[in-house]
Design a protein around this ligand. Structure first.
Ligand code: SF4
Length: 279
């Protein structure tokens, strides 16, 4: 079987930076309690490795008694920074610069009296965190229908979740332009997401089947699955590890593509390539 890896796949720079910072911190073993506010990345193997080194994953900053708290690349609301300070917790901030930028835009426009629309998944931690920079006042929408249903505004600022689909954000923001007297649209989809989505689509057009490697809870991975299914509706396979591959089914393909979400380690991709090449 011929296997082709997409031009951009696996760890993005934001995730890589977060992982380096946290492994460094854990290896120092300074005797502090170190907490991660939510799993560092959507990859159970990496999270387990960090837990073995003593990292405690918590859902709520209220559970951290003392020590250091890691803010993951998704970022958090302003209130979490305030609560950490009140509790004298030291913050290790691995918020991705792309997410920090969105938080800054939202905060600035909110203070200038703009209403805020976030185009993204309301349940995703990145979006929940961004909303926390405008006093949780944002309208959070994911579809064109939801955009059409919004009221009109005097001043409106629109941002996107970093992993949003590019064509969908374009369609929704075109609709939102008619919703206010003054509308500022910021396409804040990150370049790593853009590169991965475009490379996955290009590759899906060239191969007989495509495998998308990444967590089922990973937003950017699921976007890649959706894009690949648009090109290969019956031959797109979503897996987390090599053990999820249906080798009997895959045997029938001569040329298979691989793409991977931004929190998929290189070794997980390499294992899959090796297994397929031996088919
Ligand atoms: S996907 Fe983009 S925004 Fe998210 S961590 Fe990676 S580079 Fe940052």
């Amino acid at each position: 079987m011929k296997v082709i890896l997409a031009d951009y796949s696996g760890f993005c720079f934001g995730v890589e930076k977060a992982i380096d910072i946290v492994f460094d911190e854990m290896n120092k073993n300074n005797g502090y309690h170190i907490y991660s506010l939510g799993p560092l990345i959507h990859n159970t193997q990496v999270v387990s490795q960090l837990e073995e080194k003593g990292l405690k994953v918590i859902d709520d900053i209220g559970s951290a008694e003392d020590g250091r708290v890691i803010i993951r690349s998704h970022g958090v609301s302003e209130a979490i920074y305030i609560e950490a300070k009140d509790k004298s917790l030291e913050i290790i901030d691995t918020t991705c610069p792309y997410v920090k930028r969105i938080q800054g835009i939202v905060n600035t426009y909110y203070k200038e009296g703009f209403s805020i629309v976030i185009v993204g998944n309301p349940k995703h931690p990145e979006v929940i965190g961004i909303n926390g920079w405008c006093n949780n006042s944002a309208y959070i929408i994911e579809t064109l229908e939801e955009a059409k249903g919004l009221p009109t505004f005097d001043k409106l600022c629109v941002v996107s979740q970093t992993t949003m689909s590019i064509p969908l954000f374009k369609t929704i923001s075109e609709e939102l332009i008619s919703k206010g007297k003054e509308v500022k649209v910021h396409n804040t989809i990150c370049s790593a997401t853009k590169q991965r989505q475009e490379a996955a689509r290009r590759l899906a057009k060239e191969v007989e089947a495509i495998i998308v490697v990444g967590g089922t809870h990973s937003s950017n991975t699921q976007k890649l699955v959706k894009i690949c299914k648009e090109e290969l509706p019956n031959s797109t396979f979503s897996v987390e590890t090599v053990h999820d591959l249906d080798l009997e089914l895959l045997k029938k393909y001569g040329i298979v593509g691989i793409t991977a979400g931004a929190s998929t380690p290189k070794w997980a991709i390499d294992e899959i390539i090796k297994t397929l090449e031996e088919l």
